[in-house]
Design a binder for this molecule. Structure first.
Ligand code: PMT
Length: 405
């Protein structure tokens, strides 16, 4: 293990003593660990314990005159390869999710660009609260990784989910994140053009045909590519998810508008990713005025095919462009995805079985298979941001293969 620098955040729960074991195991694995504690964490474990074992000042309050560094949250956060929070209380998760920076640990979270891994521990009712789950979903969408708590006997003498995961599993996951750290800007020099969200096809001025796409998957692709050094432009249809920072967002609501916006920007791109759920058909003649019922029991809409954006991009791609399509399927997923790869001459197809729980439309997670000419890689349920990183890995591998690396 290389000399990775881990910022270990400890928040105030009974499982805080386990953070000492996590720290020791990380040190044994060759990591350099620096510790930040919340004020409440110090009620459970003395900072002196961590100080003695790390030989470093343990920061609780950056305004403390004892603190040797006057802008500690910035320096601490910039000098770590991973921020690992053990245990994470509902309170610190809520602060991270909402951008609250009222103590050293929450300020460090806001100031770091390192990957963040959070190991929650709390009472089952607090864990299951919609507010806690909302905050976790928000953080997952922001790219934060979680070591999920396990079920067992809790400090409050109840049995349920909320127990801190075993130390060795936390450490294994921390080392895995460090090993596959996306901080290296391995997509620097690439210019991504990504379609995101669902399109909306007008029937008349008040009605439309659309689908359930939230934009979460496409925006996760944008966030992952941008974090890995690529310049990213997103052409977004209808989305409920928020676009990540540092990417250019162009709005294009219908398939025809999306097609135009993509074609206008194709020449400047080196990678195209079709993550949008583009309507295959749109009303042939959208009415200028609201369609009236006029006593009719049925109404027939004539639909016409929309432009095949992905197919056209693939056929007219600039030299060297890598073209990635998505396939949302409900059956024979791999067969249909591979047929798409071959028919549209794509480099990569990302198949998602949208019939599976936790996969596809409007979820924070996905279950993907990444197909290329030569292989099919199947991945388990993971956050859309992690899935996006797996797609970026495939894009990087394709570029390296072309460059003869
Ligand atoms: O946005 P989320 O809620 O996070 O949901 C994510 C997702 C399920 C929308 C995403 O993961 C996904 O699978 N996107 C593709 C959905 C889809 O429309 O699949 P398709 O099999 O119909 O289309 C295949 C490919 O052709 C896609 O890359 C699509 O963008 C592209 N296409 C389709 C039709 C069309 N007219 N033009 C296109 O470019």
């Amino acid at each position: 293990m290389a000399n990775y620098r881990v910022g270990l955040g400890v928040s105030g729960g009974i499982a805080a003593y386990k953070a000492v074991e996590v720290m020791r195991a990380l040190q044994k694995a060759g990591c350099d660990v620096s510790v930040a504690m919340t004020r409440h964490a110090t009620e459970f474990v003395q900072p002196l314990t961590f100080r003695a074992l790390t030989d470093k000042h343990v920061i609780v309050d950056d305004y403390d005159p004892e603190n040797p560094d006057p802008i500690a949250h910035v320096n601490f956060s910039q000098q770590i390869d991973l921020l690992l929070v053990v245990p994470a209380t509902a309170n610190i998760i809520g602060k991270f999710a909402n951008g609250v920076a009222d103590d050293f640990l929450s300020s460090t979270y806001l100031a770091t660009t390192a990957p963040v891994l959070v190991a929650p521990a709390m009472n089952t009712t607090m864990w299951e609260q919609p507010a806690t789950q909302r905050n976790i979903a928000r953080l997952k969408a922001d790219g934060v990784k979680f070591v999920e708590p396990i079920s067992g006997e809790l400090a409050c003498k109840t049995v349920g989910t909320g127990k801190l995961e075993d130390v060795e599993n936390i450490v294994a996951q921390a080392l895995a994140v460090l090993g596959s750290s996306t901080r290296a800007e391995d997509l620097a020099g690439e210019r991504f053009l990504i379609t995101v969200g669902g399109t909306r096809e007008a029937i008349d001025p008040v009605r439309f045909i659309s689908n359930h796409s939230s934009g979460k998957m496409g925006f996760a692709m944008a966030a992952a590519a941008s974090a890995r050094g690529a310049k990213v432009t997103v052409v977004a249809g209808m989305t409920t998810a928020e676009a990540p920072a540092n990417v250019e967002v162009v709005r294009a609501i219908s398939a025809a508008e999306m097609h135009k916006a993509v074609m206008e920007r194709l020449a400047g791109a080196t990678v195209f990713v079709g993550a949008a759920a583009v309507a295959d058909y749109a009303p042939a003649n959208a009415a200028d005025a609201k369609i009236k019922k006029d006593g009719r029991d049925t109404l027939t809409l004539e639909l016409k095919k929309t432009p095949d954006i992905l197919g056209e991009v693939s056929a007219s791609r600039p030299d060297g462009m890598i073209v990635v399509g998505f396939a949302a399927e409900t059956n024979d997923v791999i067969d249909f995805a591979r047929a798409k790869l071959e028919k549209k001459k794509l480099d990569i197809v990302v198949a998602n079985d949208v019939s599976k729980a936790g996969a596809g439309f409007n979820t924070d997670t996905n279950i993907i298979s990444v197909l290329t000419d030569t292989k099919t890689e199947n991945f388990p349920l993971m956050s859309k941001r992690e899935a996006a990183d797996r797609v970026c890995d495939a894009i990087k591998a394709e570029r390296e293969a072309r460059n003869g690396k």
